[in-house]
Ligand binder design. Structure first.
Ligand code: SF4
Ligand code: SF4
Length: 92
């Protein structure tokens, strides 16, 4: 199976140099992963290197379409708390 990058990618370039399979490429509107090349880093690293460095929660999905770094996993802020804070800010 292969990981995939979705539209919330901010094109930061962090993942591209780390891929041992050269599966990540620049595209429009965001970086993509060539599913034929992605090995999920098996045999090279314990974890997918792209997802390990990606700073954007939810930008990389696993082979089942689940976010490797789901909301709250990088910031430590529970999604409900983030939603409440955003609602409070927007109401100002
Ligand atoms: S999981 Fe590994 S092989 Fe697949 S795109 Fe990410 S860095 Fe490359
Ligand atoms: S590290 Fe994440 S945000 Fe940066 S280019 Fe890769 S997928 Fe996009």
């Amino acid at each position: 199976m292969a990981l995939s990058i979705i539209e919330s990618c901010v094109n930061c370039w962090a993942c591209e140099p780390l891929c041992p399979s050269k599966a990540i490429y620049e595209a429009k509107p965001h970086f993509m992963i060539d599913a034929r090349k992605c090995t999920e880093c098996e045999g090279d690293y314990a974890d997918g290197q792209c997802a390990s460095i990606c700073p954007i929660e939810g930008a990389i999905l696993d082979g089942h379409g689940e976010a490797v770094n789901p909301p709250g996993s990088l910031t430590g802020i529970p999604p409900q708390k983030m939603a409440a804070a955003m609602a409070e800010i927007q109401a100002r």
